[in-house]
Design a protein around this ligand. Sequence first.
Ligand code: PCA
Length: 212
Amino acid sequence: MKTVLITGFEPFAGEQINPSQEVARALDGRVIAGREIIGATLPCVFGAARYELARLVRTQHPSVVICLGLAGGRAEITPERVAINVDDARIPDNAGGQPVDLPVIRGGPAAYWSRLPVKAIVAALRERKIPAAVSQTAGTFVCNHVFYALLHLLRWQRGIRGGFIHLPYLPEQARPGGPSLPLATMIDGIACAIEVTVKVRRDLRTTGGAVQ
Ligand code: PCA
């Protein structure tokens, strides 16, 4: 059976939990659209995160790779459109590293487009009443780092689809009155994103509904 690799991140910035890790754990071992899901956790550490991702891709041979991360403060599930070749950390990573204005890959292109059907995913989520929007920036911290490194790794492997989706806070993490989504909604949303990615070869061309 073909496999889909779903990665989440360990908690970071003093948080006790990371919804992306919880979603990857919850989906591990499930079968969605005829694919076996392999859920794994990446360290929130520049360098180490992308080496672990590369090891997983090499050993698991997935046909789809979706990396997940937390974007606290966002209200929607946000498939990322583009990864950029810069590490610029506002806070230290979990190993104390804080690269500033460094490339993810020296000599790499400025950016890579996601290989996920980001608009079809957003449309399918909204149809299920799950808040979703395309995001135009994955930031410049470890999430963008892993997203860029994934697409760089896949650059010669046309058959493998890959990209990144950011998740909001869980209700127990959110600031009072701040946006969040229940874990069950995020799990349903990512299961739906996997199904859409497996089934949709060409993305939709729809307008509106993007967040920054
Ligand atoms: N979010 C961070 C890194 C790990 C995570 O879950 C980010 O958006 O870069």
